[in-house]
Design a protein around this ligand. Structure first.
Ligand code: MN
Length: 196
């Protein structure tokens, strides 16, 4: 687990993002979903494992509908303190744009029989390309899986909701769950007005 890649991509004198330091939660493991308006609007899904946030960029955002398989591109590990980061990444920096927190909470790592496991076992499953976990967020709740795509270059995964009492069976668009007053939505509105 290393933050070397995270650190090498950033200049902490010009971005407000947290500098890389390994820390961890004191209680349950945490997760966060950030909505990020960079070159393209996307979501970043992050799970705390052994002192860092394992991270995936999810172009279409997560879904609560089990029939959706959302592409999730694994990116560099982020520091644990990134879970509370929101704000503006200035022009010229990596990922320049706006970051806001879409959902956060704690999670429980599970084995393939849906039994609770520890971080070490989850990390082992992660290396084999298939993990299961239970999310306790405000928007994302219940059982989920992340599975690496075999055909792809190795960093393409699928984020899938499992069918449970929290599953949604109609169309799910994470964009519908963002307040109009959010910094990104305000910026998008401004952009739209400017282009008229
Ligand atoms: Mn991002």
């Amino acid at each position: 687990m290393s933050l070397r890649k995270y650190i090498s991509k950033r200049n902490f004198r010009s971005t407000p993002e947290p500098s890389g330091k390994k820390e961890q939660s004191t209680g349950s493991l945490e997760f966060v979903v950030q909505r990020h308006k960079a070159t393209r609007l996307h979501y970043d899904f992050r799970l705390e494992i052994e002192g860092v946030l394992k991270s995936w960029a999810v172009p279409k955002g997560p879904s609560m509908n089990p029939s959706d398989k959302r592409l999730a591109m694994m990116v560099e590990d982020h520091p644990f303190s990134y879970r509370t980061f929101k704000g503006v990444i200035p022009e010229g920096n990596y990922g320049a744009g706006i970051v806001e927190i879409w959902d956060h909470g704690v999670y429980l790592p599970l084995n393939h029989d849906y039994e609770p496991i520890g971080e070490k076992e989850l990390l082992k499953d992660l290396k084999t390309g298939s993990i299961k976990f239970l999310l306790k967020g405000k928007k994302l709740k219940g059982l989920f899986a992340l599975a690496r795509m075999k055909s792809a270059e190795g960093n393409a995964w699928l984020l899938i909701k499992h069918d449970d009492e929290y599953a949604v069976h109609k169309d799910y668009n994470s964009e519908d769950f963002t307040p109009a007053s959010s910094p990104i939505n305000k910026a998008l509105k401004k952009q739209k007005q400017a282009s008229k």
